[in-house]
Design a protein. Structure first.
Length: 267
């Protein structure tokens, strides 16, 4: 396939380009020029027609540019609207003009929130639905949990106890979305924890013990690094994601412990 990846400098797009480039004809776009072996188109997606040339002849667009929750204190609501909403609309306009078959759109689990970032994702998904229903573009919307760049390996590990998901799983979900047999859908891209309902009920009384039972070695790591624990845990239900997207996340707190041991951080 011929694939355009927008927001090429971003955390998600850079990893997606590396994998998709192995089997597909990839081209990249961003507002800032970058050095890349792939064809590159500099474009401000907020402007009408900015992606017309970049999307000409492509089969699929992976659209990733957005301000995120971590940017709320540094960017205005207008800036969020312009990039997250207007940018998405203009991308779809170019897709229509160039008869692009499919769009993979980066939404967020923040879709369920109440801040302005969340509302840009709600509106963005409505735009996706409109262009699917009105113009027949296939659209797969991915709602990843937090996978923003982490300060260090310990911050990464602690985040996997809370709302975080591994970047590698998110990248893999995009690859799957480019091949998915469904022509429209929204999917939760979160980690898979092995908790049962019994674990959820026991957690309030013995949180460390429950985690150590599911992830051998967790007690030692939690106490050694004074990790803050979540107030509660949940049973993961990714049946829809597994059946329709074939999404099977590989990484959680257990794999974090294994990687620490492999790297010699923990003996």
């Amino acid at each position: 396939m011929k694939i355009l990846i927008t927001g090429a400098l971003g955390n998600l797009a850079s990893g997606v380009a590396e994998l998709l480039g192995q089997n597909h004809e990839v081209r990249l776009s961003d507002i800032i020029p970058i050095e890349t072996p792939y064809p590159f188109y500099q474009a401000d997606i907020r402007k009408m027609g900015s992606l017309d040339q970049a999307s000409e002849g492509v089969d699929l667009i992976v659209h990733t540019p957005a301000f995120h929750g971590i940017h709320l204190g540094n960017h205005s609501e207008q800036e969020f609207y312009d990039l997250n909403i207007t940018g998405t609309f203009q991308m779809f306009q170019s897709a229509v003009r160039n008869k692009v078959r499919r769009v993979v759109w980066a939404s967020s689990m923040s879709f369920y929130g109440t801040d302005f970032y969340a509302y840009t994702k709600k509106i963005g998904e409505q735009i996706c639905q409109y262009f699917h229903e009105r113009h027949g573009i296939e659209v797969i919307m991915l709602r990843p949990a937090d996978f923003t760049p982490f300060r260090d390996i310990l911050q990464y590990g602690e985040r996997l106890l809370h709302g975080g998901v591994d970047r590698r799983d998110v990248i893999q979900s995009v690859i799957l979305a480019t091949e998915c047999k469904r022509n429209f859908g929204a999917y939760h891209i979160v980690r898979q924890d092995p908790f049962t309902q019994e674990d959820v009920e026991a957690y309030s009384q013995s949180p460390v013990q429950v985690l150590d039972m599911k992830y051998p070695g967790a007690k030692k790591i939690i106490e050694m690094y004074n990790f803050k624990l979540p107030s509660e845990i949940h049973v993961s239900d990714l049946s829809k994601e597994q059946q329709e997207l074939e999404y099977k996340p590989k990484y959680n707190f257990g794999t974090f412990i294994q990687e620490l041991i492999k790297e010699g951080v923990v003996l």
